[in-house]
Design a protein around this ligand. Structure first.
Ligand SMILES: [Zn+2]
Length: 284
């Protein structure tokens, strides 16, 4: 037998002995959105399979679980959700995926209140991502205590990466000419708070067509203030956004709150958004 093959067999045999039997390849975690799935992946490393439920380009506020997705998450031990009306559709998985814990990841996060309750877009903040990462480490370690020290070590590395990214982002936005912005969707309050931006107005009232009265007020706000940029996101119709930006005399920019598997990770997604804001509002 060639030496290399013998070594390979020995290695497999050894790894079978040393690997704890808990979960192994069967440890499956699902998250409703890519950013949370990515944070979970940074904690588990290769120990678990982590799935994102929301397909790329879909609007999480109006999404519904498909039978195919329910099939994909069968056997999941943990289903991670944002909550506060954002992704209630995932609760339908509860009956179909027996044994899965469906958990909100916001414990300990300072939520921002809105007219309709708490603003669910809390992952768009590096500070909150650190809290989410800690919450996930706790949840995952509870389910798979054999790897707890590994998860804790992964958490420490990831917290440092998040802290560095936050610092880099703040440095990029430290000397903006303008801090006032208008967003199409009311999804950027946490982001704005962290980076010292001021959301003067939101086009969408509360996930519906803006009323005529709302648009009149919006136009007044824009004309009275020093604001130049309108931020949309992928779910917004381009033609609607273009004509609105034209009417309001604002330049149009696109932010992406969700990303997808095409993005390398949550940190890059956030930094890409920071770069868009930097370009839109200009450095002094
Ligand atoms: Zn939203």
């Amino acid at each position: 037998m060639p030496v290399r093959l013998r070594m390979a067999i020995l290695w497999v045999a050894l790894s079978l002995i040393t690997q704890p039997p808990v979960f192994g390849d069967d440890f499956k975690i699902a998250a409703t959105i890519f950013p949370v799935a990515d944070i979970a992946k940074h904690i588990t490393g290769e120990t678990a399979e982590v799935l994102t439920l929301l397909p790329s380009g879909a609007d999480p506020h109006i999404f519904e679980l498909t039978p195919q997705l329910i099939k994909r998450i069968s056997g999941a031990a943990l289903i991670l959700m944002i909550g506060h009306g954002f992704d209630d559709w995932v609760k339908a998985a509860g009956e179909s995926v027996p044994g899965a814990r469906i958990v909100r990841v916001d414990e300990g996060i300072d939520l921002i209140g809105t007219e309709d309750g708490e603003d669910p877009h809390y992952w768009l903040s590096f500070r909150n991502a650190r809290i989410i990462a800690k919450n996930l480490t706790h949840l995952i370690s509870e389910l798979d205590p054999n790897h707890e020290s590994q998860y804790q070590a992964n958490l420490e590395v990831y917290l440092e990466a998040l802290r560095e990214a936050d610092e880099a982002a703040k440095a990029m936005l430290a000397n903006l000419k303008i801090h006032e912005i208008v967003t199409f969707h009311n999804g950027w309050q946490y982001f704005a708070k962290d980076f010292g931006l001021k959301i003067l107005a939101v086009v969408e009232a509360s996930h519906g067509e803006p009323t005529a009265r709302h648009l009149v007020r919006l136009t007044e706000t824009v004309s009275r203030n020093r604001v130049q940029a309108l931020f949309i996101q992928p779910a917004v119709s381009r033609s609607v956004a273009n004509s609105l930006a034209h009417d309001l005399n604002l330049r149009l920019y696109q932010l992406d709150p969700l990303g997808s598997n095409q993005h390398p990770d949550y940190i890059h997604l956030m930094l890409a958004n920071v770069r868009v804001v930097q370009e839109a509002l200009g450095n002094e």
